[in-house]
Ligand binder design. Structure first.
Ligand code: ISE
Length: 334
């Protein structure tokens, strides 16, 4: 039984605690920490009585914590990640790895210096059946080389604190990771096109946006990001290859004939759409602890996402094509 400490007991932290306690095999939550004591205490109850600590550093000293889940705000990740690496504890870290590319690099370097793969990043969409089917189909070689990808990422609505850069950091960050994983390629350049703004947006948010990404081998990806689309949480992905086009089966719901109409439900909630993916990613992390490997997204993926996101935010401002300049991918992550 893997003994897990959870750092950060907000909504997502509690969600993961319930997941581990109720649905994941082979793990239990033995300790929790949060800057808000009340939050930590409530989370400890959800886990069926875990120890409560005031900080991630204290929690990691507990010998009853073999592995940690970092679910605190992004700005707090770097220090806890470095401490976990120093102590040799396995980590599942929610996105982002760190808030700056420089900090992501520091974490990669520390992990490489330690010589063991310890960090899995929470890009859970890689565990969604629809994307896995597309990746597997590409790998058969039957459809030739991928040339283009068309994605949509639509939310019914967002809060008034959601602004233009958040379309990159909060939303398209998923496609940034997914697309390079699907075609096993890294990014070369990006551009953002800003269409007419919807009446449902506000001054600080340009919505919708079209984000373009070109990979090193020349695959062109377009992502429509529309976070006030009103009609649902609508996620689509099509990979156009030389000998065929692969479109993800979405929505995963029956089409219903009734009252002289044909309809298919679209959920409005990302946690409903990706529930199974969240469960599968954590189960995989727990299972991998037995084998001392990491199969999911790594610190390299976190670094690449951070550099690509920075370039996209710059492109939102300049309207120009911006280069994605990374260090060379270390052998450790090949
Ligand atoms: C949110 O944080 C997510 O991760 C959702 O998948 C995304 O659709 C949404 O825009 C984000 O705010």
């Amino acid at each position: 039984m893997l003994k897990v400490g959870v750092i950060g007991c907000g909504g997502m932290g509690k969600d993961h605690i319930q997941r581990i306690t109720q649905r994941i095999q082979g793990a239990r939550v033995t300790a929790v920490s949060d800057v808000w004591e009340e939050s930590a205490k409530k989370a400890a109850e959800l886990a069926g009585g875990a120890k409560v600590y005031a900080s991630g550093k204290d929690l990691m000293q507990d010998p009853g914590v073999e592995a940690v889940l970092i679910v605190s705000p992004g700005f707090a990740h770097c220090d806890d990640l470095l401490e976990a690496i120093r102590l040799g504890k396995r980590v599942f870290c929610e996105k982002p790895l760190c808030t700056t590319a420089k900090d992501c690099q520091k974490v990669m370097e520390a992990e490489i210096a330690g010589g063991r793969h310890l960090i899995q990043l929470g890009f859970m969409r890689r565990y969604h059946k629809g994307y896995i089917q597309i990746k597997d189909a590409i790998a058969t070689g039957e459809y030739g080389q991928p040339l283009m990808m068309h994605c949509t990422h639509r939310n019914p609505q967002v809060g008034t604190n959601y602004d233009t850069p958040m379309a990159v950091h909060d939303t398209v960050i998923h496609e940034i990771d997914l697309c390079h994983w699907l075609v096993d390629d890294d990014y070369e350049s990006v551009q953002v096109i800003l269409p007419k703004v919807t009446k449902y947006s506000h001054r600080e948010l340009k919505d919708p946006q079209i984000m373009l990404m070109r990979t090193k081998s020349g695959i062109c990806i377009d992502v429509e990001c529309f976070v006030n689309c009103r009609f649902g949480y609508d996620i689509n992905c099509e990979v156009v290859c030389e000998d065929g086009a692969l479109k993800m089966g979405m929505p995963m719901a029956p089409s219903i004939r009734k009252n002289a109409a044909l309809s298919t439900e679209i959920t409005t909630d990302c946690f409903v759409l990706f529930k199974d993916a969240y469960d599968a990613e954590l189960q995989n992390w727990v299972d991998c602890a037995q084998k001392d490997v990491i199969e999911g997204p790594t610190a390299w993926d976190g670094y690449l996402a951070a550099v690509t996101a920075d370039a996209l935010v710059k492109a939102q401002e300049t309207g120009r094509i911006e280069q994605v300049v990374t260090v060379e991918k270390p052998d450790f992550y090949q």
